[in-house]
Design a protein around this ligand. Structure first.
Ligand code: F6P
Ligand code: MN
Length: 313
């Protein structure tokens, strides 16, 4: 093995990790291209001019230039891999077919939480990968999922269904292994609650009171990627963005946000539910399908399901 400047002989980079686990070569290529795309995105986040691009995405949110940029960077690199069938991005109103014969399809949120960039909080890219051209399938059919967290450090967490693994970007902008096989304990001692509390239903209110009364600490950043990363890296915790009395479907998108995170969390021994059903079993009704989410430590996901069953049926 050649040792590059700035690295130690003990560092395992992302490509090597995938190769040693005998992942499909084309899938390895897609994941490594996403890692390369993130170098340009982090560069833009750290140096780029911010502002509203003059367009808005499907969901009516103000779109920063960085969202558009991140979308273009990923889209372009993915198209050039030669193995992509179709691409669905949160910034796009439709699924784009690249090559109907392509091996994999991508669903992604190019820059989740982008409004947090101008207050210098962490943001991320979320990706799910399916085999074939159809992306309107339950999340359990994903072959890989990953996110990249642009925080004080830039980290990448991926799964191909063989555990969930964390990498960090080094000075050469390569991802090297930090931790293999992340594990989430059954019980959460911290929680990250999205939405407004006065809009919680009785079951969700009872759940949050239950977590508080046993001493769980509030740890909410307002960014889905850092909030999920916290659960994975601390090895316990509960993130919720529940159904609200004026928003019964919740806020987060099944395709671009919930499914990839549910896959990563389940692979670490956690669980993800909409309160009644496993997230990965939901058949998407469209690319913009939203669902409530309770994700993290397993016994607490079971607890909210029980509360909803008893208080909301
Ligand atoms: O678009 C998703 C997102 O920005 C997530 O990163 C975050 O968890 C959530 O929305 C926050 O929503 P709200 O602005 O309603 O608190
Ligand atoms: Mn988002």
């Amino acid at each position: 093995m050649t040792i590059e400047p700035g690295t130690t002989p003990f560092q395992v980079d992302l490509r090597r990790h995938l190769r040693e686990r005998e992942e499909d070569r084309d899938l390895t290529r897609v994941i490594c291209e996403l890692a390369t795309a993130s170098r340009y995105i982090i560069y833009s986040i750290r140096t780029g001019e911010l502002g509203v691009a003059g367009t808005s995405n499907l969901y009516g949110e103000a779109q920063l230039k960085l969202d558009v940029l991140a979308d273009r960077i990923i889209r372009k690199r993915m198209t050039h891999t030669g193995v992509i069938a179709s691409i669905a991005s949160e910034e796009d109103a439709e699924v784009r077919v690249i090559d109907p014969e392509g091996k994999y399809s991508l669903v992604f949120d190019p820059l989740d939480g982008s409004s947090l960039v101008d207050v210098n909080l962490a943001v991320g890219t979320i990706v799910g990968i399916y085999r074939g051209a159809d992306v309107l399938k339950p999340g359990r059919e994903m072959v890989a999922a990953l996110y990249i967290l642009y925080g004080p450090r830039c980290t990448l967490v991926y799964t191909t269904g063989n555990g969930t693994h964390e990498f960090a970007m080094n000075a050469l902008m390569e991802y090297t292994l930090v931790q293999e096989d992340l594990k989430i304990a059954d019980r959460a001692s911290m929680y990250a609650p999205g939405g407004t509390r006065n809009k919680y239903t009785p079951a969700v209110e009872a759940f949050v009171s239950h977590l508080e009364s046993r001493g769980s600490k509030l740890r909410y950043s307002g960014g889905f990627v850092p909030d999920i990363n916290q659960v994975l890296i601390k090895g316990q915790g509960m993130f919720l963005y529940p159904h609200l009395t004026d928003l019964p479907q919740g806020k987060l998108r099944l395709l671009y946000e919930l499914n990839p995170m549910a896959f990563l969390v389940e692979q670490a021994g956690g669980a993800a539910s909409n309160g009644r059903q496993r997230i990965l079993d939901i058949l998407p009704e469209g690319i913009d399908h939203r669902q409530p989410v309770f994700i993290g430590s397993k016994s607490d996901v079971a607890k909210i399901e029980e509360l909803i069953r008893t208080l909301e049926s």
